[in-house]
Design a protein around this ligand. Sequence first.
Ligand code: NAD
Ligand code: ZN
Length: 257
Amino acid sequence: MEPIELLARLIAEAGRVVVFTGAGISTESGIPDFRSPGGIWDTFDPDDFTYQKFVSSLETRRKQWQLLRLGALITGIEPNPAHYAIAELYSLGKLDCVITQNIDSLHQKAGVPPDRVFELHGNMQWARCLDCYRRFPMEEIVPGMKEEDEVPDCPHCHGMLKPDVVLFGEQLPRETLMEAARRSRNCDLFIVVGSTLIVYPAAYMPLYARDAGARLAIVNLTETDLDRDAAVVIHDKAGETLSAVIEKVRQKLPPPR
Ligand code: NAD
Ligand code: ZN
C-alpha cells in the first residue's frame, strides 16, 4: 500500500495517537534544525550550549543570549502545514498529545491546546533566574537589551538569568518528562516527525511506545535508527506529507461536531 494511504489508515484505526516532533518539523517555517547542512551547528559551536559553560563563562552567556535574542526577535515565524495537520488530528479527536523537543511554540500556535503539548526541552518564550527561580516572559527581557552582546540579569534580584530552555548537561523538566513517558506507553500509534532520534532522553519516547505495543510511524527527511521498527516510514518533507495524510484521514472519519 502507498505509505501516505497506509499512515492515514493507521491513524483512522487508532484510538490514541501521540505525535513526537523534532526540529525538522519547523524547518519549513524557516527555523533551521541542528544537524542538517545549514543547521544551527554549522554556525554555532555545540560546546557553547552546555549548562556548565553557561553558568561558568560570561563569554558563553553572551553567545547564548545573542542566539536566543535572534530567535526571540524572529517575528512572523508561523506554523506550517505540518503543524496544522497535527492540530487537525486533535480536532478530529485522534490526538492524545504532542511531545516535542522544539522550543518554538508552533504547535500551540497551530491550535493544539497548550495542556496537550509536552515540551521536553523548554520554551523560548521564558527566561528563568537561577538565583530566585522566578520566570519572566522573554518579551519583557529582550526589548531591554540595548547592546548586541548584552547579558541581561534578573529584573527582580539581579541574579543570573537563563533562557528557560534545556541545555546539554541540564535535567529535563521532570513532570513533563514523566507525563510524556506515560502517554507514550499508552498510545496505540506513535508518529515521529522531523527528528534524528539521537538526543536522549527525548528519544526514549518512541522506544517506550514500541515496547508497550504501539505502532510506529516515521516522517523524516533522512533515515533514523528506528526506521526498521516502524509500520510505515516516509522520507519526505513533513508539510506536504502530513497535509496529504490528513486529507485522507478526513475522508475516512465522520466530520467533527
Ligand atoms: P535534529 O536537527 O537533530 O534533526 C532534525 C531531523 O529532521 C533530521 O533528521 C532531518 O533530516 C529532518 N528534517 C529536516 N527538515 C525536515 C522536513 N522539512 N521534513 C521532515 N524532516 C525534516 O533535530 P532534533 O532531533 O529535534 O534534535 C535536536 C535538538 O534541537 C532538539 O533537542 C531541539 O530541542 C533543538 N532544536 C529546536 C528547534 C526548534 O524549536 N524549532 C530548532 C533547532 C533545534
Ligand atoms: Zn532573580
